[in-house]
Design a protein around this ligand. Structure first.
Ligand SMILES: [Zn+2]
Ligand SMILES: [Zn+2]
Length: 174
């Protein structure tokens, strides 16, 4: 079963290409880049100036052409939220997940651009959410990719690798 990457709205092609190359190595599965979905106007919350991740996830799951794949990961360049939290890096439900790359850029925090850090963070969030779609929950090991990221500091500390315990729980054993 392969993994499908779906750009939601305008996404830098390089982001998708890098994820494709890196995710193949990590999950040892075919990773394809799918046709994009339109900008998620339906998920916009004017009061918060953010997009409801659950609404985007629902729309992804409604696309039969996507759901024919093993796992589906939507990539958004909008700030995401769920009602209980100030923001989320991503959300997963069953075999589908969505991540936002907006807060992964140094520029978001008024810091100088760092492309390699940006891609590294994108990979970490992608692996985390795809981990959920593979049935993994959150891990207590702060160095494991399945550790819950409250802040970008958590994301940067943990990196994109599974701890041995989580790795052993992945269906392929990889
Ligand atoms: Zn999580
Ligand atoms: Zn773990």
């Amino acid at each position: 079963m392969s993994i499908l990457l779906v750009p939601v709205g305008e996404i830098d092609k390089k982001v998708i290409e890098r994820l494709q190359v890196d995710l193949v190595k990590i999950f040892n599965k075919q990773v394809e880049a799918g046709q994009g979905m339109p900008h998620p106007d339906y998920a916009y919350n004017k009061k918060r100036n953010q997009y409801l991740s659950t609404a985007i996830l629902k729309t992804l799951k409604e696309q039969k052409k996507y759901m024919a794949y093993g796992k589906v990961l939507g990539i958004v360049d909008q700030d995401l939220y769920v009602p209980e939290l100030n923001f989320v890096f991503g959300e997963a439900s069953q075999k589908a997940a969505v991540i936002s790359i907006t807060r992964l850029r140094q520029e978001f925090y008024h810091l100088p651009q760092d492309q390699s850090l940006f891609h590294k963070r994108g990979l970490t969030e992608a692996v985390h959410e795809l981990g959920h779609t593979h049935g993994l929950g959150h891990c207590r090991n702060p160095r494991c990719v399945m550790f819950f990221s409250n802040t970008l500091m958590d994301t940067d500390r943990k990196g994109s690798e599974f701890c041995p315990e989580c790795k052993s729980k992945l269906p392929t054993g990889k």
